[in-house]
Design a protein around this ligand. Structure first.
Ligand SMILES: [Zn+2]
Length: 107
């Protein structure tokens, strides 16, 4: 199965401490099958002082989640859906909602 989640998708967390929450995908790490989702899986990270941040301190950052722990939310159905692939007449491959057929990619 290929990775069907892309940057800027809205996804729902299926497991873990943020189960049930939704957020926007900020980053997809295909190689390690991980995603970073805005506002999800926040961890405190200690930062040492550097040139940008003279004081250092503790920062809240989004830790990556396993890609299998999130599911795409259809903007139209407003729920998690299976993502299908479809080829448009212009030859472009897009991802569509398996339920309502809404095209999930911006074309
Ligand atoms: Zn839909």
């Amino acid at each position: 199965m290929g990775i069907r989640i892309k940057k800027n998708d809205r996804v729902k967390v299926l497991t873990g401490k943020d189960k049930g929450k939704t957020g926007k995908v900020l980053f997809v790490d295909k190689k390690n099958s991980r995603v970073v989702v805005e506002g999800i899986n926040i961890v405190k990270k200690t930062r040492r002082p550097d040139q940008q941040n003279q004081k250092g301190g503790i920062m809240d950052i989004e830790a990556p989640l396993n890609i299998s722990n999130v599911m795409v939310v259809c903007t139209k159905c407003d729920e998690t859906v299976r993502v299908k692939k479809r080829k448009l007449e212009n030859g472009k491959n897009v991802r569509t909602c398996g339920k309502c057929g809404e095209i999930l990619d911006k074309v």
